[in-house]
Unconditional design. Structure first.
Length: 277
């Protein structure tokens, strides 16, 4: 498919971008070539004729072939940036998405005590918890996940970034030690079981347990909104990510659970994405 002789960066990127499908073939190719060579993406533009050696060309070709099979770049490189933090990722967790950065932004805009107690439920890579801890050193941020590998991964990310986030294994609230939080935030699974988009694109390689939640996609959100009030301090906030067609339903679940000041907000693509109350 591709040459395995030494080649210029630009020639390699061009060949790769032509065969990689998906929405961002050029970006994918640049991220993979940058990983293989250790050269920055901007250097490819500044020095397009720079030559890549045979061993690196071969490694790059292997990555491109796996990308062509549909494997997400983040899994191939083992890393994904979230809130400018380099996070280790693995196929046992969801790949952090830019949309979820909206929740981080909204959480930082809340008026919380200096030493607020914050919980990220179903943390996966640790993305939300780590982003919050990186911005608010005074907050006591903890995180939980039901999956052992995710707890280990989030803990490793916290250690690598030197951020003080405690990660515990718990199926939502079931196995948490008693606590009282000023903010509980979560990006739970929320895709409806019957949803066809799971058979296309990167999600095929992500764990269904992090994506799918019952027939209507609301099983986990229903459980969290019901149980969260017992874990919140008076005036504490709950903030949940959800699908863009679930805004009204999630708003209703918050209200039924007794939350006040409930508000559904949009992501950077102007679609309903998260609700807080
Ligand atoms: N936003 C993701 C998607 O639609 C789903 C994330 C989730 O279920 N928490 O692919």
């Amino acid at each position: 498919m591709m040459s395995e002789a030494p080649l210029s960066c630009e020639a390699l990127l061009k060949q790769a971008a032509d065969v990689i499908g998906g929405d961002t073939p050029r970006l994918d190719a640049e991220l993979m070539l940058s990983d293989v060579t250790g050269w920055s993406r901007t250097s490819f533009r500044a020095w397009p004729e720079r030559e890549v050696n045979v061993a690196e060309v071969a490694r790059f070709c292997t990555l491109v072939e796996q990308r062509c099979e549909g494997r997400p770049v983040a899994y191939l490189l083992g890393e994904q940036e979230f809130w400018s933090l380099p996070l280790k990722v693995s196929p046992c967790t969801l790949i952090p998405r830019p949309d979820t950065e909206c929740l981080v932004e909204a959480a930082l805009a809340l008026e919380l005590p200096e030493n607020a107690k914050v919980l990220d439920l179903g943390t996966g890579t640790g993305a939300i918890a780590l982003a919050l801890a990186s911005e608010r050193p005074g907050w006591q941020v903890s995180a939980s996940d039901a999956v052992t590998e995710a707890v280990e991964l989030a803990t490793e990310n916290a250690t690598r970034l030197g951020l003080p986030v405690t990660v515990r294994q718990s199926n939502w609230f079931a196995d948490l030690p008693a606590g009282c939080f000023d903010l509980i935030v979560s990006n739970p699974p929320y895709i409806a079981g019957k949803d066809h988009h799971l058979s296309e694109g990167d999600v095929r390689f992500e764990p269904a347990s992090a994506l799918v939640a019952g027939n209507d996609g609301l099983d986990d959100i229903r459980r969290i909104t019901t149980e969260a009030p017992a874990w919140l301090s008076p005036g504490g906030w709950l903030m949940l990510e959800h699908g863009y067609e679930q805004g009204a339903a999630v708003h209703r679940l918050f209200t039924q659970a007794g939350f006040a000041s409930v508000e559904t907000r949009q992501d950077y693509g102007r679609r309903d994405r998260y609700t807080l109350g």
